[in-house]
Design a protein around this ligand. Structure first.
Ligand code: GDP
Ligand code: GDP
Length: 435
């Protein structure tokens, strides 16, 4: 079962991230160990008095301005609609701004309950300022100081009264934790050919297909039996031909896509080759990458391209998706099926990498040679290393003192190269020797 979503909205700098950290900081925050993750996640799970929920920071999607951001705002609206409760954060040191009013207007039209948070009420002298926010027409504001942790308890007490029944039960183990099941998500803008490809994949003779409820609300996952075992396609409800309802708004909202990505071990990023790599494709790739999910790029509708276009798009991918490193790129026609069967070996390779187990001796040899080629600064050193787990390969490094993040990335890269780990995620755990 997925957790109820609590969306946090508000203009930049009102203290949304501080608020999220404050709320999850009350419980142990889960620390992401994948060195590839550079940006903050936008969705985190939180708990208050036994109630579990997902906090969704829609922060980056609120900006106004060009057409792209309009689109992004639509996604943000969608997130708000799907939420159980909305926390609308405003800045008590600034007062009501025109942008706040714009957001309030939108929120008043939704059926979702909204709690107004007057943030930065650091001491009693600021409290009078909050009454101005009554004018937003969304009820009495909660005075809070996210920075100092004042007022958040009352806020959370109020918040949980809006959560659906049963949110106070322990969440069930998500399907994605089943170590045997390798999970794949298909992502891409509308009309790039996700459904066509998906139906082509499951239409193949080899594929024995069964559906089961996914971890996201209303989601259906499809399990396909392949030669290397079952592969789970995450959140395929909108891709099954019959179920293709209201796809763009319902199923492929950015929020939903990112949730699917979060649950998968590999993401297939589908690009419409007749259009090329668009800004939106880049943004999507960035988000997928930031979630620590390896990507296979699929250039679809390949049969429609002439020779010149075919050459051009190769450059396009290199230039515009270069930040992904060198992801595998497949040229396919989902419609005719051409090239699609090369996807299976690619996924099998990914599954294999994901399950790799490397003998301790070899791990240490690789780390030693990486360290002698380029020692860490300040005398920091890995003394001993071992692969503690597979699915994905997880290495424990015992160190004499902390290693800089950049150095960890260097070690990750060299392990990846030495053991041909392709684009599988790798986790590094660092332990000080006397821990
Ligand atoms: P976001 O852009 O809405 O996510 O805002 P941030 O969480 O990044 O906060 C913006 C700035 O406001 C940061 O400098 C925070 O330290 C500051 N801030 C956040 N909450 C409070 C608060 O309760 N009191 C004060 N004085 N500053 C705060
Ligand atoms: P989705 O919105 O990403 O699921 O895209 P669809 O699978 O619905 O495909 C959008 C349109 O592109 C449909 O008209 C498909 O028939 C067409 N399409 C998908 N794949 C191909 C392809 O490989 N070649 C061509 N020519 N058309 C394709």
């Amino acid at each position: 079962m997925s957790l109820p979503v609590v969306a946090i909205v508000g203009r930049p700098n009102v203290g949304k991230s501080t608020m999220v950290n404050r709320i999850i900081g009350r419980r142990e925050a889960i620390v992401e160990e994948r060195p590839g993750v550079t940006r903050d996640r936008k969705a985190v799970d939180a708990e208050w008095l036994g109630y579990h929920f997902t906090l969704l920071d829609t922060g980056g999607w609120m900006a106004d301005g060009d057409a792209l951001d309009d689109k992004v705002s639509q996604q943000s609206e969608q997130a708000m609609r799907e939420a159980e409760v909305i926390l609308f954060v405003v800045d008590s040191t600034v007062g009501v701004t025109p942008e706040d009013e714009r957001v309030a207007l939108l929120l008043r039209r939704l059926a979702t309950p909204v709690l107004v948070i007057a943030n930065k009420v650091d001491d009693a002298s600021h409290e009078a300022a909050i009454w101005e926010f009554m004018g937003l027409g969304l009820g009495e504001p909660f005075p809070v100081s996210a920075l100092h942790g004042k007022g958040t308890g009352d806020l959370l007490d109020a918040l949980i009264t809006h959560l659906p029944e049963g949110s106070d039960r322990e969440p069930e183990e998500p399907v994605s934790d089943d170590p045997e099941l390798f999970s794949v998500s298909l992502v891409g803008r509308p009309n790039v050919g996700k459904s066509t490809l998906f139906n082509r994949l499951i239409g193949e003779e080899r594929a024995v297909v069964h559906d089961r409820p996914g971890t996201t609300r209303d989601a259906i996952d499809t399990i396909v039996e392949t030669q290397t075992g079952p592969i789970r396609f995450v959140d395929t409800a909108g891709m099954r031909r019959k179920a293709k309802i209201d796809e763009d708004t319902e199923y492929y909202s950015l929020v939903r896509a990112l949730k699917a990505v979060d649950e998968s071990d590999v993401s297939l990023l589908i690009i419409d080759a007749t259009i090329g790599v668009t800004h939106q494709d880049q943004r999507l790739a960035e988000r997928v990458d930031a979630a620590g999910c390896p990507i296979v790029v699929l250039l679809n509708k390949w049969e429609l391209l002439n020779t010149e276009q075919r050459e051009k798009i190769g450059d396009d991918v290199e230039r515009k998706l270069g930040f992904l490193g060198s992801p595998p790129v497949l040229r396919i026609s989902a419609l005719s099926g051409k090239g699609v069967n090369r996807l299976w070996p690619e996924l099998q390779q990914a599954v294999g990498d994901y399950r790799t187990r490397i003998p301790t001796r070899d791990v240490n040899k690789s780390i030693r040679s990486a360290q002698s080629a380029q020692p860490a600064p300040g005398g920091a050193r890995v003394l001993y290393a071992t692969q503690g787990a597979t699915d994905p390969p997880t290495f424990t490094l015992f160190v004499n003192r902390e290693l800089p993040k950049t150095y960890l990335r260097y070690l990750e890269r060299s392990l990846r190269e030495d053991f041909n780990l392709g684009s599988t995620p790798i986790k590094l755990r660092v332990r000080k020797r006397n821990d």
